[in-house]
Design a protein around this ligand. Structure first.
Ligand code: G3H
Ligand code: 13P
Ligand code: ZN
Length: 336
């Protein structure tokens, strides 16, 4: 089946009451890990690339790898999504490259670090909605800002500095006409989200529930949703890594989110940890090895395991076969 629009996947997920993991990729092994996990669990998938990933892979490599994924796994509905587009131009170029979904993150200015104004956010998001919907492409926007920039995108402060205001969320959806809304509830990108297991004070699930009550038909997105499992941290540290103790978003909290309108869950860090741990283990145990396949293969397997586990936990497993792909041209007609 061809690449599908994210809107179709999220609409299906809402009907079925499940969430869909959106996993970041930069290279072939990561795409293969996700596709194998999707096949094993019969899951629809959202594969996303950040600006950094697009620069790293020169875009065209990623696009062609995605086309290979679609060709080799015809039974899996696949969305190709731009993560944290920083400007209208970035979103436009992703659409031109064949992405079927884009995020316009106007919660920050173009530098990807400085919180913007509500008016700026509405303006750029609205602009992207107009140009994307004309082509049937899905748009995710963000209101409130995530914390953390140590290895990703965010405001560089605590996740609690810019928690989403539910009134603003309602107004933002009304003024932009977007398809999916990312909200900030205390999480950050990267490994260092919480210094102890999060409580209602640090991970504001009550804010998410309130937003869902006010916007029951809007697909919500949780960014910064890696769980940063201790087992993955331990493997890295056991083989010479130096991670400080840290906590992520517990899977039970994500499952509570899914019961309250969360349809897309962004996960990157857990996969980075899994791959790095696997590579460190090979280097430590077999220092004589130098064939990249000797460490890329275990890294790919470690990521596949994490992704398959999340697919099962988020509830998307078993749903790949529910889809009759809707062409982007048909999606464009529906928006009109
Ligand atoms: O937004 C954060 C994702 O983890 C992507 O990170 O910008 O380093 O590719 P990146
Ligand atoms: P993590 O750093 O928690 O994996 O979050 C990834 C993310 O939100 C990408 O947009
Ligand atoms: Zn994010």
């Amino acid at each position: 089946m061809p690449l599908v629009a994210m809107r179709q996947v999220l609409d299906e997920a809402a009907k079925g009451g499940y969430g869909v993991g959106a996993f970041n990729v930069n290279n072939m092994e990561q795409i293969q890990a996700i596709m194998e996990a999707a096949r094993a669990t019969k899951s629809p998938v959202i594969i996303q690339a950040s600006r950094g990933a697009r620069a790293y892979s020169q875009d065209r490599f990623l696009v062609h790898l995605m086309l290979a994924a679609v060709e080799l796994y015809p039974e899996i509905p696949v969305v190709m999504h731009l993560d944290h587009g920083n400007s209208v131009a970035t979103c436009k170029s992703a659409i031109e490259q064949g992405f079927t979904s884009v995020m316009m993150d106007g919660s920050l200015t173009e530098d990807g670090k400085t919180p913007s104004t509500f008016e700026y956010n509405v303006k750029v998001t609205r602009e992207v909605v107009e140009l994307a919907h004309a082509k049937g492409v899905t748009v995710e926007g963000e209101i409130g800002t995530l914390g953390g920039v140590e290895d990703g995108h965010g405001a560089g402060v605590s996740g609690l500095a810019h928690v989403t205001d539910p009134d603003q969320a309602v107004e933002f959806v009304k003024q932009t006409g977007l398809d999916a809304l990312a909200i900030a509830i205390g999480t950050s990108h990267g490994a260092y989200k919480f210094t102890s297991k999060p409580t209602g004070e640090t991970l504001k699930m009550n804010v998410l529930i309130e937003i869902h009550k006010r916007l029951p038909n809007v697909h919500l997105v949780m960014h910064g949703s890696s769980s940063v499992p201790k087992e993955l941290q331990d493997v890295i540290n056991q083989y010479g890594g130096k991670l400080k103790p840290t906590w992520g978003v517990p899977v039970e909290e994500i499952q509570l989110g899914i019961k309250n309108g969360v349809r897309k869950i962004n996960v990157d860090t857990d996969n980075r940890l899994a791959m790095t741990g696997a590579i460190r283990k090979v280097f430590a145990e077999s220092p004589e090895k130098f064939d990249p396949r000797d460490y890329n293969k275990p890294a790919r397997e470690a990521m596949q395991k994490v992704v398959a586990q999340r697919m099962t936990q988020f509830g998307q497993a078993g749903h790949a076969g529910d889809y009759q792909p809707i062409a982007l041209s048909e999606m464009a007609k529906r928006y009109r």
